[in-house]
Design a protein around this ligand. Structure first.
Ligand SMILES: *Cc1c(COP(=O)(O)O)cnc(C)c1O
Length: 577
């Protein structure tokens, strides 16, 4: 049966996200949140799990990053054409925003799973001649504009999702899964659907019925990261009736429309994205019952070609059943070494092609790529350049490959990129530094597979989960990381990588000191003098972390804990007769 007709008649999960990275050719994502969302829908397709994705289409994308010789970041629109990568549907969705109707074109990208099951992802696009100028621009850029722009975008995403799915004939949606709070206004559209009386504001019973249908994943461990809007602005965008509803049902946070608060209040199940993030989130929202389902990455997408071939040979079936990767522990070490050498060469070729810089395949290569923002401390390894150079000299030189965009208004993040680029000339020859421009999915795959170690030094507890180290793990690349996010669950010292002592916490100097000591006394001696020990760590990284921190396990947990609409005890009673 056609996947679309099947998902229209079976209860399914609608997965809604401000960004969903479906493909490198569809430039509507900025980073971790979108890549995770893409991995969720890819895992659903592999498992033939009934799901549809909904997001917005951004004509200029997030931005294309260009760096000048001094490392100053310049932003340009991303150059892509929706018609080249997406299929336009005949339907048009219309919703009221700020007192006028806003029309949206619907585009579809279809994800095919390992066995051919299909999961559609729908993109709403308001760039149409029948909209006014401001409405046309709502789908120009991701995370751009002011508070009004953002709230109107979130109205388009939230209210638009419910209208879109109704228009397309999906009438058996069991769960609306809000990936982060951006889509939480869908709660208002659902209240309209379920309300029993057309008069006055919806009731607490109506909200209870909406709660039965909503699931929420929070991604932000810092209070400033949660989207908040004043109620005056909310009244302008949503109208006085909607704001009266929000107030009457206690869906506002005092006099603020806080999207996290709204999503928490209106969801039957909420989760954080790692164990530690669960603790932090429960402290931030003491009234909420917040579970922890640790993120995972899609193995078929993030495993490099050489390791795909190796797994196909030794663990046929690993794509359908990622737990088979646990048995990577039986793959001969020299084959792990050969596959990694091939992945490293692919990275080196790509760096040479795009930057003209020639890296040495024999030199120890550290990968560091993530959003350039202060708390991530991407430049921490350069804190004491003389000490780093002395260590590098002792072991025949090292190479650092950096990547990552700074938000256009993140001045600290931009300064961090300049610091990294500016550090390169003085260290060249001993510590060779490359900063690749425009970190995206393609670079993400090349870097996490081609580095010899993946470095992660955010300021705890700011990293909710992090996922790039999981991509590295699928490729046998161990992590060198501070104790934060997913790594708290993935760290087995000397087996899956190395950890900077939890005691060093937020202290930059102590963290850097611990980092240098590990490189000098443990990691580089193993890499340069005990090749098989290093390869054993690489292999164990796949077996322990690749087999667990993948999107298949994450989806299975969502299915078991979040998407079931009946209680386990109730199901057990039914089966017992
Ligand atoms: C995987 C990925 C991320 C997320 O990685 P973090 O470890 O969470 O920083 C961000 N951007 C791109 C392009 C990615 O591929």
């Amino acid at each position: 049966m056609n996947a679309d007709t099947r998902t229209m008649t079976e209860p399914l999960v609608a997965y809604i996200s401000m960004e969903i990275a479906v493909s490198p050719a569809v430039a509507t994502y900025s980073g971790g949140l979108g890549v995770l969302a893409g991995d969720v829908v890819r895992a659903a397709a592999d498992a033939a799990y009934p799901m549809v994705g909904v997001t917005l289409l951004y004509h200029d994308g997030y931005f294309r990053q260009r760096l000048d010789a001094a490392g100053a970041q310049h932003e340009e629109p991303q150059d892509w054409r929706p018609a080249d990568a997406l299929e336009q549907l005949p339907q048009v969705v219309t919703i009221p925003i700020a007192g006028r109707p806003v029309h949206a074109t619907v585009w579809r990208y279809t994800i095919a799973g390992v066995d051919g099951a299909k999961v559609p992802v729908y993109f709403l696009d308001s760039d149409r001649a029948d909209n006014d100028e401001a409405a046309r621009h709502l789908t120009t850029s991701l995370y751009g504009g002011d508070a009004l722009y953002r709230l109107e975008q979130e109205a388009l995403l939230g209210l638009g999702t419910v209208e879109l799915l109704r228009t397309l004939g999906y009438n058996r949606i069991g769960t609306y899964h809000m990936n982060e709070g951006h889509s939480a206004l869908l709660v208002l559209a659902l209240l309209d659907q379920v309300r029993t009386s057309p008069h006055g504001v919806p009731t607490g019973d109506d909200l209870a019925r909406v709660r039965e249908r909503c699931v929420f994943t929070t991604h932000t461990p810092v209070p400033a990261g949660h989207d908040c809007f004043g109620l005056d602005l909310a009244t302008d965008v949503l109208g006085p009736e909607r704001v009266a509803t929000l107030r009457a049902l206690d869906l506002t946070d005092h006099d603020v429309l806080n999207m996290t608060h709204l999503a928490l209040r209106a969801s039957r199940f909420t989760n954080a994205v790692a164990m530690k993030h669960g603790e932090v989130s429960r402290a931030m929202f003491p009234d909420a019952d917040i579970h922890a389902i640790t993120n995972g990455v899609h193995s078929g997408t993030w495993t490099s070609k050489p390791f795909q071939s190796l797994f196909d040979e030794h663990l046929p079936g690993w794509r359908r059943d990622n737990w088979q990767l646990r048995q990577a522990i039986g793959i001969p070490l020299h084959e792990i070494g050969d596959a990694h050498a091939a992945a490293k060469q692919t990275l080196i070729d790509r760096v040479a092609h795009t930057t003209g810089k020639l890296l040495d395949p024999k030199r120890f290569t550290i990968g560091i790529a993530r959003r350039a923002t202060a708390y991530k401390r991407n430049d921490l390894i350069l804190r004491d350049p003389e000490r780093l150079a002395a260590i590098a000299k002792k072991f025949g030189g090292i190479q650092l490959v950096f990547g990552g965009k700074a938000h256009p208004r993140d001045w600290d993040g931009k300064a961090m990129i300049k610091h990294i680029v500016g550090s390169a000339p003085a260290l060249a020859g001993t510590v060779d530094i490359v900063y690749v421009e425009n970190y995206d999915m393609t670079w993400g795959a090349a870097l996490t597979a081609g580095a010899d170690i993946w470095l992660n030094t955010p300021r705890p507890p700011n990293e909710a989960s992090g996922t790039s180290g999981m991509k590295a793990a699928l490729n046998g690349v161990p992590s060198l990381s501070v104790m934060d996010g997913w790594w708290i669950e993935g760290a087995i010292d000397g087996v899956t990588g190395w950890s900077v002592d939890a005691e060093t916490g937020n202290d930059d100097a102590r963290t850097a000191d611990a980092l240098y000591s590990l490189l000098e006394h443990t990691i580089l001696p193993s890499y340069t003098q005990d090749r098989f020990r290093y390869l054993a760590t690489m292999r164990a990284t796949i077996a322990f972390n690749g087999s667990h921190f993948n999107a298949q396990r994450m989806l299975a947990q969502y299915a078991l804990e979040a998407y079931t609409t009946t209680e386990p005890t109730e199901r057990a009673e039914r089966l017992a007769g």
